[in-house]
Write a protein that binds this ligand. Structure first.
Ligand SMILES: [Ca+2]
Ligand SMILES: [Ca+2]
Length: 434
């Protein structure tokens, strides 16, 4: 067992919490079919000396990280997770100094999902580490292996949903899923509804504006959003909605040394301006959503080899879109969806991704609620208990999606506080249903 003194710092904002957490951890190597005959790097974090959250022991929560990368073992345990075993792991092919997971990284594809399955089986006491120990034997306090949750952050919500659909029958120790602002399909994950409008940037190519949306968005759909794809063209490097129909992406210099398509600089992309989509990179290939790829393929004469063609895009997203998997999730699982008024990425009004997830779980009879109770937040930060701008929502009840302040928490509630408050609430619900 190792000890670290780490400062848990949540997002900036009013009431951001900062308190030192004496984080201890145990590193284990977990044999897995997903690791190419090797093992997965897993880290079990907990607050040294903390009272377990529940009578009988510490529940387990597995963080399924956001982004498109291999994950990390590194960040400290956040104070709100005191009393849990908090599990981090590296997806197959992931490495960091001193630790590695075997296998080849597949950008959250089938091998990544299989790895998550095995981490969840280990968390449930159903697999042993390389030294033959269960999770309970690896830790110096009782572990509740029948109270395991998945905390899917951003893009990590897709692998979380998919593992529960593909392997839910095995994962009986997993009782709940907490999903924070998960981009639920390829369109949303690649920013088709917005943000957008940025073509090139000197840094990492991220859009600089948080406010731009796609003027060619037409309507919400449970599995796919509708856009006016007749506008789509290819400029030799990217697909784009060609608002002024001149066949090229028209840009002007915008903030941060970037080139963007808000050519009259009025802070929005109008229907006579262009909306570029950058897609995501996986193993040297650029992927757009299946729908945008189809639209592009209708107008591109010579499809570039380093851009996924319609068949490749469909195969890629078929293994990575949560929207395709809700119907396979066990109906006794419980879900909490976390959403703030302004999403950490998405800009399009309607919180389409939260709505797709809510509807997907709800139509399958799965208990689903948006955001923790105010009292759960206040337990971690008492000043929040008196706030009237933190909405309370009813489980299994659709939100007024165009009025985010009616269901989403304000921006000055730190996201990490919501992660912890939501996870605590769900672990306690699972314990009460024993
Ligand atoms: Ca144009
Ligand atoms: Ca404009």
């Amino acid at each position: 067992m190792k000890r670290l003194i780490l400062i848990a710092m949540t997002a900036a904002g009013l009431g951001a919490q900062m308190r030192p957490v004496e984080t201890a951890y145990v590193d284990v190597d977990l044999p897995s079919e997903a690791a190419g005959g090797g093992t997965l790097a897993v880290r079990l974090l907990y607050e040294e000396g903390a009272r377990p959250l529940l009578r009988g022991g510490a529940p387990v929560v597995i963080e399924v990280p956001g982004g498109f990368d291999v994950g990390t073992l590194q960040p400290a345990l956040d104070a709100g997770f005191s009393g849990f075993v908090y599990v981090r792991f590296l997806f197959p092919g992931g490495r960091q100094p001193g630790r590695a997971s075997g296998g080849v990284y597949d950008t959250r594809g089938p091998a990544s999902v299989m790895a998550l399955r095995d981490v969840a089986l280990y968390a449930s006491g159903r697999l042993r580490d390389r030294n033959g120990k269960t999770i309970g034997e690896a830790l110096p306090f009782p572990v509740l292996t029948n109270n395991v949750g998945l905390l899917g952050l951003s893009f990590g919500g897709n692998a979380s949903t998919i593992v529960l659909a593909k392997y839910g029958a095995l994962l009986t120790g997993v009782r709940y899923f907490v999903g924070w602002e998960n981009p639920t399909n390829g369109q949303i994950a690649t920013g088709e509804p917005g943000p957008g409008g940025t073509v090139t940037c000197p840094g990492n190519g991220r859009p600089v504006s948080r406010d731009l949306t796609n003027p060619f968005f037409v309507a919400y759909g449970a599995a796919a959003l509708r856009f006016d794809y007749s506008k789509v063209r290819w400029d030799g490097a990217r697909l784009f909605f060609d608002g002024n129909a001149n066949g090229r992406v028209d840009t002007v210099p915008v903030d941060g040394g970037c080139e963007g398509t808000d050519v009259n600089r009025d802070g929005r992309i109008a229907e006579n301006e262009d909306f570029p989509v950058n897609g995501i990179m996986a193993n040297g290939v650029r992927y757009f959503s299946p729908q945008l790829t189809e639209a592009g393929a209708r107008v591109v004469t010579a499809w570039p080899a380093n851009v996924a063609n319609p068949g490749q895009a469909e195969a890629f997203w078929a293994e990575r879109e949560a929207v395709r998997f809700y119907d396979g999730v066990r109906s006794d699982l419980e879900v909490m969806l976390l959403a703030s008024v302004r999403d950490h990425v998405q800009t399009s009004p309607g919180h389409h991704h939260i709505r797709q997830a809510f509807e997907g779980f709800h139509r399958n009879g799965i208990w689903v609620k948006i955001n923790p109770l105010r009292e759960s937040l206040a337990e971690l930060q008492p000043v929040l208990g008196t706030r009237t701008d933190i909405p309370e929502t009813e489980p299994n009840t659709a939100a007024n999606w165009l009025r985010p302040e009616s269901f989403a928490y304000p921006e000055n509630v730190p996201d990490s506080l919501a992660w912890a408050a939501g996870t605590r609430e769900m672990a306690r619900r699972a314990a009460r249903m024993e």
